[in-house]
Design a protein around this ligand. Sequence first.
Ligand code: SF4
Length: 255
Amino acid sequence: MRDIDLKQVNEHLERLSAEDILGWALKQFGPSRLAAQASMQKTSCVLMHMLGQLAPEVEIVFIDTGAHFPETLALRDEYARRYGLNIVTYQPRQTFEEQFAKYGRHLYLFDDEFEPPGYRECCRLRKEEPFLEAVNGRFDCVVGGLTRAEGGARSHIPILAEDPRFAGYKLYPLARWTEGDVEDYIAKHALPVHPLYAQGYASIGCSFCTTPVRLGEPRRAGRWRHIREAHPERYGTQGLYCGINLEDRRFEKEA
Ligand code: SF4
């Protein structure tokens, strides 16, 4: 891992715009050692557009879990086409059928209290493992779309954080952005966004584990609703996370 004084660098990055933070990373790591992680959610669209302007050769890592909404895959293809982005798709080692054959059940339907395990293991196998295999040894820094305004696990994320899983760094150029900032950027640049937002979805992941958000519910309430509602005593209204971002996992342990 490159030696970086995180405290000093973060103090510097806190004063820069998102575009300048990306510019700093391109200079610090070089475009061939910098990647971005694409969820195809709104913050991801903002970052892909910025990278398209600054360095379209930067690899954008998209993990196809095998359970994405067709609209998610269509949006990925539209961004690649429209902005000339270098989006590369990676898949888990096993299909859902192979996973089922191995564990005897669909892991995403269960919490993790039993053996065989549940949804966190499914997320590890279908998101985290292919992500780490894609970036390990190839990139020193991966750009992600988390914002502090999302609250919960993400309230206090630094702009630059170490990620020992791939001996590199995660960079969150939008850490200081509000939801309004994201919407303004999307409107200003007329960016295409996921069509399911218009149908009541607020956070969008795998189709098996994503539902629309009901009136008055927090933004992440639609993710893994079946797990939260099966264990209200354990989770209450707490948002659940897939663990692909280390910051979220640290929070889940503390909560
Ligand atoms: S979101 Fe659901 S289906 Fe997707 S990897 Fe996680 S548990 Fe599996």
